[in-house]
Write a protein that binds this ligand. Structure first.
Ligand code: AHG
Length: 341
């Protein structure tokens, strides 16, 4: 007789899991549950395109025609529009923000306004799709700051990560997975393509105690500060005997380190004077992944302070990011403090 308490003896769909989490909040009206479910649907729709990327000619420029004479969209545009179109009319959102759009996205006047704010990076690492490397979608959900009912504003989007009510990502890899947290642990679901369902495969994910990897674009070493250089030397030569793994696709690098144990760095560098703060975006990339990392027992910092405590000042603000296994990641703050005056 199987142990009925073991998750492997049950088949848990993502819908069931969202609903079970909602039951723990008797005051909940179900808006967050439905929003998460729509994001899972967006993930399935985007996944169905990524697996055909080479065939469907969707790597070409927007407006090109495919062999059927249909207008083709680039995959990142498709992903952006899919998430927007699933969420603009539901009455759950006050506004949205997308890494693909310069300004925040208001809900059209004709639709009701809700209490949540959705920020998303529709297809992170999209340059990798041309060479069949994993890419991902990242999402972040906040409660609005402005009073209910009216249109959402930029102020609703510019919130520190510690205000997140949910965050997650979908990775389009050898299988498609959705990983998310609402502050009650990190849970991973694998898409069963035959059924079209995300099924719980990784409940309550915790970063492994013994880390294996560090991930950084080592080519930028000449542009790093002394503190970052010393920190990376420590990662290379320390007692953990880490291996280097770097894909250059944030979701894939983060996901590997979450499951296998490790830390990811994208430091500030002197390569591009126009981008002194590094490449990654606080609201669309760093904050949601930091929430997941902390919920899995890890840590995320910009080298000075916890990512989740940074007060954003603009929608596309960039930050240095060090994220992963806590004991590997937190020391960067000491190195930066000691060597970077
Ligand atoms: P893009 O979406 O333009 O392909 O950028 C991807 C991001 C992120 O996913 C990854 O961690 C980082 O860029 C890699 O940048 P480098 O090539 O500079 O290492």
């Amino acid at each position: 007789m199987p142990n009925s308490g073991d998750f492997k003896d049950r088949i848990t769909t993502i819908e069931r899991h969202f609903l079970d989490e909602q039951l723990a909040h008797p005051e909940a009206k179900g808006d967050l549950t439905s929003l998460l479910y729509d994001l899972a649907l967006a993930g399935k729709m985007i996944a169905s395109k990524t697996v055909q990327a080479g065939l469907a000619d969707i790597l070409g420029s927007t407006g090109a025609q495919n062999v059927q004479g249909e207008t083709v969209q680039k995959l990142d545009v498709f992903a952006d529009q899919t998430i927007y179109r699933l969420n603009d009319h539901t009455g759950r959102l006050a506004c949205m923000g997308s890494e693909e759009q310069d300004e925040f996205i208001p809900i059209p006047e004709k639709y009701p306004k809700g209490n949540y704010v959705l920020l998303y990076d529709p297809l992170d690492g999209s340059s990798n799709i041309d060479v069949n490397v994993s890419v991902g979608t990242i999402f972040a959900i906040y409660k609005r700051k402005t009073p209910p009912g009216g249109p959402g504003t930029l102020e609703d989007c510019l919130q520190p990560g510690r205000n997140l009510v949910a965050a997650g990502y979908v990775i389009y890899g050898s299988s498609t997975m959705l990983v998310y947290t609402t502050g009650n642990g990190v849970h991973g679901f694998t898409l069963n393509r035959m059924l079209g369902e995300f099924l719980l495969s990784h409940p309550n994910v915790k970063m492994p105690a013994k880390p294996k990897y560090y991930s950084v674009n080592q080519a930028y070493e000449p542009y790093w500060s002394a503190g970052v250089l010393q920190y990376v030397r420590w990662l290379q030569t320390g007692e953990n005997k880490l291996s280097l793994r770097y894909i250059g696709s944030l979701v894939a690098d983060f996901h590997r380190n979450l499951l296998a144990g490790g830390t990811f760095c994208y430091p500030a560098d002197r390569k591009d004077p126009k981008q002194p703060g590094g490449k990654l975006r606080l609201l669309y990339e760093a904050a949601p992944l930091a929430f997941i990392a902390e919920q899995a027992g890890g840590y995320a910092t910009d080298g000075h302070r916890r990512i989740l405590d940074i007060e954003p000042t603009s929608l596309h603000q960039r930050v240095p990011l060090f994220i992963g296994h806590k004991a590997l990641t937190k020391p960067v703050e000491d190195y930066v403090q000691k060597y970077d005056k």
